[in-house]
Design a protein around this ligand. Structure first.
Ligand SMILES: Cc1cc2nc3c(=O)[nH]c(=O)nc-3n(C[C@H](O)[C@H](O)[C@H](O)COP(=O)(O)OP(=O)(O)OC[C@H]3O[C@@H](n4cnc5c(N)ncnc54)[C@H](O)[C@@H]3O)c2cc1C
Length: 501
C-alpha cells in the first residue's frame, strides 16, 4: 500500500531508471537494447496480463501465425532457429518466453500490473506510474523514463461493426481476439465475416474439420502467396553459424519487404498482374477472381495478407471454403440474409472484423498535473512526443514487420539514455518551436482499424524529425546518422532526488 508523505504519493518500489509498459515483442526488445547499452541502469517491466508475449499470447484462434516473415518479426539479437519462415503463434510465444529467460529479462517483469496513469513531476524529473488491475489496490512505481511498449490495440475488446438482428441468431458468435479454447467446430457450418489477415489465417485451419466455411467479405483484399518453409534460411544455416545465418536471412526478409512495397508504388499494375497470375494458377478454372480477389485500391495501400503455400486457394479449390462478396442485410435464427437475397446458413459466425486502435495501452499521461492528449502531439522520430519529457512510445510498421521499427525505437531510446547519463542530464524532450507544420496521420495505410482509430493517435508531419513513415530503409539511415540533440531540449532537475545516478 502506498503512503502519502508531504502531500506526495510514495512509490511502493524503489525508483527504476526505466519503466517499460508491456511484455510483448517490443517490451522485451526494449529491455534487451536498453540494458545492453546501459548495463548500470535498472528497469522494471509492468505487464497487465499474466504471461509474456502480448499479441502472441492473447490470440489463440485456430491456425494463428505470423503474416510476415518470422525472420523480420523475430529479434535481431536472437536467432529464430526453426525451419519455417511463417511461424505459428505458439512457437512465437515459446521463442519470446525463452528469449526473455535467456537474457534474464523475465526477472524484471511484474505481471498483473495494468498501467492506468503516468504522471511526470519536473521537480524530481521522474514519472510516477500507477497500476491497478480490476478491483485491486493501486500500486505506484517511480521511474526516470517510461517506455510504452503497449502495442496498438485494445486488449479488452476487438472491433465488431453493427450487425443487424444478431440477437436473433441461434448459433455461436465469436470474435477471434477471444477464441474459446473448448469450442468444438468439427462438422459445423461456419461463416467468417471479414477477409483481412486474421480471416485468411483462420479459414484454412477451420476448414480442416468444419463441414463448410464461408468467407463473407464486403470487398476483396490482396493476397500474396509465400512459401511456409524458408529455403534460404535452411541453406544459410547449413554453412553459417546460427547468429550469422539469422542476420543474413533477417536482412534479406527486411529489405525484400521494402523492395516489394517499392515495386508496388512505382508499378502497381505489374504487381496486380503478378498477384492475379498466382490466384489463377491455384484457383479452379473460371473462378471469378475479379469479384472476389481484385480490390479497388493498389497493392500495399493496405497491408497485404499472406497465404502460405496458397493454402486458402487450395481450400477453395477443394470445395471446403467458399468466398461470398456481398453485404449483410440482417441476421436471422439460422444465419445471415444478404443484400443480394442469398442466405448463408451458419451454426458459428466468426467476426474477423478487426481491432480497436488504442494509444499508450489506454493509460492517461500528465506533465506536472496537466493531462496530455496524445492526439494534440507530434511524434518525434516515431518514438517521442513533443514537449513530453523522458517518454518513449513504440509503434511498429503497419506495412513492414512490426519489430523492425520497434527495434529502432528501442535502440534510439538506449542511445539517448547513454547520452543523458554520461552528461548528467535528467530530462530530455523534443521541442518543435513555433514553426507551422503540415499535419499528416502517423500511420498512413488505409486499413480499416487505422482509419477508424486515427483519432486515437498523435500527429505526424511531412518533414523530419517529425515525419513518421512506413519505410524501414529511410528510418535505418536516419537512425545511423541522426544527431541526438536535433530538436531536443536537455536539462537537470532542481532537486538532488532527480539527479542522475
Ligand atoms: C493475429 C495477428 C498476427 C500478426 N502478425 C504479424 C506479423 O506477422 N508481422 C508483424 O510485423 N506484425 C504482426 N502483427 C502485429 C503484432 O501485434 C506485432 O507484430 C507485435 O506482436 C506487437 O508487439 P508489441 O510488443 O508492440 O505489442 P503487443 O504484442 O500488443 O504487446 C503489448 C503488451 O503490452 C501489454 N499492455 C498493454 N497495455 C498495457 C497497460 N496499460 N499496462 C500494462 N501492460 C499493458 C499487453 O498486455 C501486451 O502484453 C500481428 C497481429 C495480430 C493480431
Amino acid at each position: 500500500m502506498s503512503e502519502v508523505q508531504d502531500g506526495r504519493i510514495q512509490p511502493d518500489e524503489q525508483c527504476s531508471d526505466v519503466i517499460i509498459v508491456g511484455a510483448g515483442i517490443a517490451g522485451l526488445g526494449a529491455a534487451y537494447r536498453i540494458s545492453r547499452r546501459n548495463p548500470g541502469l535498472t528497469y522494471t517491466i509492468l505487464e497487465r496480463r499474466e504471461r509474456i508475449g502480448g499479441t502472441w499470447d492473447l490470440f489463440r484462434f485456430p491456425g494463428v501465425r505470423s503474416d510476415s516473415s518470422i525472420y523480420s518479426l523475430a529479434f535481431a539479437f536472437e536467432p529464430w532457429t526453426r525451419s519455417e519462415g511463417v511461424a505459428n503463434g505458439g512457437h512465437i510465444r515459446e521463442y519470446l518466453t525463452a528469449t526473455a529467460h535467456k537474457y534474464g529479462i523475465d526477472q524484471h517483469i511484474v505481471f498483473n500490473s495494468y498501467v492506468r496513469t503516468a504522471e511526470w513531476d519536473s521537480s524530481t524529473d521522474t514519472w510516477m506510474v500507477t497500476v491497478q488491475n480490476d478491483g485491486s489496490t493501486p500500486r505506484h512505481y517511480r521511474g526516470r523514463f517510461v517506455f510504452f511498449a503497449s502495442g496498438y490495440f485494445n486488449y479488452d475488446e476487438g472491433y465488431t461493426p453493427d450487425l443487424p438482428g444478431i440477437e436473433q441468431f441461434d448459433g455461436t458468435v465469436i470474435h477471434p481476439q477471444h477464441w474459446p479454447q473448448d469450442l468444438d467446430y468439427s462438422g459445423k457450418k461456419i461463416v467468417v465475416i471479414g477477409s483481412g489477415a486474421t480471416a485468411v489465417t483462420l479459414i484454412p485451419a477451420l476448414a480442416e474439420c468444419a463441414a463448410k466455411v464461408v468467407m463473407l467479405q464486403r470487398s476483396p483484399t490482396y493476397l500474396m502467396s509465400g512459401s511456409r518453409e524458408s529455403r534460404s534460411a535452411t541453406l544459410a544455416r547449413k554453412y553459417l553459424s546460427p547468429n550469422v545465418a539469422h542476420k543474413i536471412v533477417r536482412a534479406r526478409a527486411a529489405f525484400g519487404e521494402g523492395l516489394a512495397i517499392f515495386q508496388a508504388r512505382i508499378n502497381p499494375e505489374a504487381v496486380k498482374r503478378q498477384i492475379r497470375e498466382v490466384a489463377s494458377t491455384h484457383l479452379p478454372d473460371g473462378y471469378d477472381i475479379d469479384k472476389h480477389f481484385t480490390p479497388r485500391y493498389n497493392p500495399w495501400d493496405q497491408r497485404m495478407c499472406l497465404i502460405p503455400d496458397a493454402d486458402l486457394y487450395a481450400a477453395i479449390s477443394d470445395g471446403r471454403v467458399e468466398v461470398v462478396t456481398d453485404q449483410i442485410d440482417h441476421f436471422d435464427r439460422t444465419g445471415i440474409a444478404l443484400k443480394s437475397g442469398e442466405h448463408l446458413d451458419a451454426e458459428i459466425v466468426v467476426t474477423a472484423t478487426g481491432l480497436q486502435l488504442q494509444a499508450l495501452g489506454g493509460a492517461k499521461i500528465s506533465v506536472d498535473g496537466a493531462e496530455i492528449d496524445t492526439r494534440d502531439r507530434f511524434v518525434y522520430k516515431s518514438h517521442m512526443l513533443d514537449d513530453v519529457p523522458n517518454l518513449f512510445w513504440c509503434l511498429g510498421y503497419t506495412n513492414g514487420s512490426w519489430t523492425l521499427r520497434a527495434d529502432l525505437t528501442a535502440r534510439s531510446a538506449a542511445k539517448l539514455l547513454a547520452h543523458m547519463y554520461s552528461r548528467g542530464y535528467t530530462h530530455a524532450y523534443p521541442h518543435r518551436g513555433d514553426r507551422p507544420m503540415t499535419v499528416k496521420p502517423s500511420w498512413n495505410v488505409s486499413a480499416g482499424y487505422v482509419q477508424r482509430g486515427q483519432h486515437a493517435l498523435p500527429k505526424s508531419s511531412t518533414r523530419r524529425p517529425w515525419i513518421s513513415r512506413d519505410d524501414y530503409i529511410a528510418d535505418l539511415i536516419d537512425y545511423r546518422f541522426h544527431r541526438i540533440r536535433e530538436a531536443m531540449v536537455f536539462g537537470r532537475a532542481a532537486t538532488s532526488d532527480g539527479s542522475s545516478g
